[in-house]
Design a protein around this ligand. Sequence first.
Ligand code: SAM
Length: 275
Amino acid sequence: MYIKPNWRILTIGDGDLSFSASLWQNFQPKQLTATVFDSQQTLEDKYQHHAIDQLNTDSNQQVLFGFDVTNPKTWPKDWSVLKEQQFDLVIFQFPLVPAFEDPEFFHKMGDISVNTLNRLLLRQYLVHCEKYFLDPDGPQLCYITSKDVKPYCEWNIENSLNRDLENIQYLGSMLFDINKFPGYKVRNVDRDKHVKDTQGITCVWSPKTQPSENSENHDERLIARLESKTHQEKDCCKICKAGPFVSTQDKILHEQTKKHRLMQQYEDQFNQAIL
Ligand SMILES: C[S@@+](CC[C@H](N)C(=O)[O-])C[C@H]1O[C@@H](n2cnc3c(N)ncnc32)[C@H](O)[C@@H]1O
């Protein structure tokens, strides 16, 4: 994960704060605001081992509990009212909507699938990064780390989240090396478990487009590390990341597979939801 020491960083949806604590200790950013969706009490009840005590140890860091990235009413008041954009980088590690305790929740959501709910969460995250969190004079970077396993691989993160959002560009991805974050345990969304260390991939978006080739600023070095967007190329399936196809027949056969048809359904549902 590309991080510069002089950056001001906001982390979203940290389960037990072990990611933010490791980030602070090993990368020493200029400023860190770590946020947790749960209340402090819920976090302590949920996770026997957490990193609360490793944060709030310096005036350049703060921890905010009960922070829902989709709902400005849960943020410090001046963030949305004053539109104070103060961060260089916002990071959301392994996002996942919680399995809401309220049995009425999914009923209220009507026909919206969990797949669509996760995509909508991340789309809203990108919109709020651009609108409220990122300093327009900084590098303006949004990271989402996910992995190539279900459910993440069914969200078509790279191609769908910023659909029709003119101010947010997808820049590419880089491998997430968890060894650079000692002490970080990727948390299960609702249980006191940590999940297997499957290879993570960090995808990057920005309101800024790619800087010019001659520019020697930090964005340039970040972009240089991003993998090429192979699966956005024309002979690949943009939804399933299959291909490149060697012939039209090859492509047609792929489009008849169960996997492609399911992915197309998710795609259609999401398109419907963002109309
Ligand atoms: C699989 S857990 C990963 C936790 C942590 N980021 C990690 O890497 O260990 C998914 C996290 O997304 C958070 N989350 C889900 N919806 C959210 C929202 N609307 N705002 C902020 N965080 C959210 C959950 O609280 C949960 O901690």
